[in-house]
Every structure is written in C-alpha cells, then in structure tokens.
Design a protein. Structure first.
Length: 262
C-alpha cells in the first residue's frame, strides 16, 4: 500500500483546479490526480472545499468507522503519512505549502504567520477567490494571514460549519478551507477513545454531512472537489491522557477522503 506525504497535498489541490502550485510543492498524490482527471474528463474542477478535522489518526478512523460512516462513504481514500513532529501547526504549514518543516520553519508547536509561498498565494496569482473558515486563534487562523483571501475566525466548530455552509450557499468563493478542532481538544483532556472523544468524532461526521449537503445543493452544476484532510493521529500516554507529536504509527499514519461532486 503506497502512503503519500502531507507535503504532496498542495500540488494535487493545485492540479485539481488547474493552477500553478507554490514554490515548494513539487510532488503530488498521483492517485488523487488520476481520480480528478478521470472524474472531470481532464478539465479539472471548478471549486474546492477542504474540510480539515483535526487529529483523526488512521487507527481511530478504522476503529470508529461507524461514527465516521458518512466520511467513509467518500469515493477515494488515500493513506497518508504526517510530518515530524506531528503537531498541528507543523502539519498544516506543510499541507498548505508543500514544504517540509525544515523549509517552512515551523518545527515544533508554535503558531506564527508563514512567509513561505503557499497554496493561498497560488490562488491569488491565479485570480481565484479563496477563504479560510476556522476557530479563532488556532493554527489555521494564524499561519496564512496577510494573503489576499478572506478570513472567518469563529468561536467554535459549530459556528465554523454554519459560516462555511452560508458561504457555500452564497457561491462567492472558488476555494473554501474549513477547520474543526473538537476531537483534538477533547482527546487531550481525556483520551482518544473516551466517550466525549467519540462524541466529537460524531460531530465531525455530522459537520461533514452539512458541508456535503450544502455542496450538493449549491454547486450541483459545477465540478467540486470535496477533500477531507486531517493533520496527524493520536495516542494515549502512560499518564492516561491523549497526545500526539511522536514518530510512531498512531501519530503519523492518517487517511484522507475525497469526492468529486457535480
């Protein structure tokens, strides 16, 4: 089974919507490129919606397929490998630049604006209208600031999804990136398999459905790539709480899910 890297995502997103990738995005996910080409007759997609639910490790996704059943119904599932260390800002910096941590400069848990050429810069150069919808003060709210895109920073996941659905229905953006954090938060406070953590996974699945329904309703005459892209996995530490950040399979191995709609 071939496992692709987080740094391969940006170029494939750019390939899907037929724009030039940013400087460090040199490799792509071939199976995703082929999937998009096949579903669009080589023309690429008109829009992209990316759902970024934090911290769904592959082992969690496999164990709780019933809680994530709608996400599992995606047409394409791609095994992925996170970056080292598998920490949220390190991962999202790589996801949206195509650069390794040593290149983009975030190599531990720190939230700061990235100056490196990114997916969002590539959108601007291609005259594509993009936005980020995220929980305020989280990595996706900070890493890619000061680009000519729109930013919506909300109180919690519920507000983020409500705003994202509104924006999809308004049809003003070519690319919408939507970040959710509940499972990561709860897993750190409890552990990856706690009742509250499982409830958070259900919420991720419900939020996915809300986005999917909005896309089906509003973009039905356009080809849309709906990508579900998590950042890292999780494990339980000896002191019982959930954590991540180690070079171990539970933290590094993840799955991504893709649909072409329209």
């Amino acid at each position: 089974m071939e496992r692709f890297l987080l740094t391969d995502i940006t170029k494939s997103l750019c390939n899907a919507i037929k724009i030039q990738p940013p400087m460090y995005a040199t490799n792509s996910i071939e199976v995703l490129d082929d999937f998009v080409e096949g579903k669009t007759g080589g023309l690429g997609v008109d829009r992209i919606v990316v759902f970024n639910p934090d911290a769904i490790g592959e082992w969690i996704a496999q164990k709780y397929k019933d809680l994530l059943k709608d996400i599992w119904n995606a047409d394409l599932k791609v095994p992925m490998r996170s970056v080292i260390p598998p920490k949220t800002p390190v991962c999202f910096a790589s996801i949206y630049t195509g650069a390794a941590p040593q290149q983009h400069g975030i190599q531990h848990y720190e939230k700061k604006k990235i100056e490196l050429d990114s997916f969002f810069d590539a959108l601007v150069r291609a005259n594509k209208k993009g936005c980020i919808v995220t929980v305020a003060n989280q990595s996706m709210d900070i890493l890619f600031r000061e680009r000519n895109i729109d930013y919506y920073a909300l109180k919690n996941d519920k507000d983020v999804i409500a705003k994202a659905v509104q924006l999809i229905n308004e049809k003003q953006y070519d690319i919408i990136c939507v970040y959710n954090q509940e499972y990561d938060d709860i897993m750190h406070r409890t552990h990856p398999k706690s009742l509250l953590a499982k409830r958070a996974l259900r919420h991720y699945n419900q939020n996915y459905k809300l986005l999917l329904n909005a896309i089906n309703q509003s973009y039905k005459n356009e080809k849309t790539l709906f990508a579900t892209i998590t950042d890292h996995g999780v494990h339980r530490e000896w002191y019982l709480l959930g954590s991540h950040g180690k070079d171990i399979d539970k933290d590094m191995n993840i799955l991504h899910f893709y649909n072409i709609i329209g």
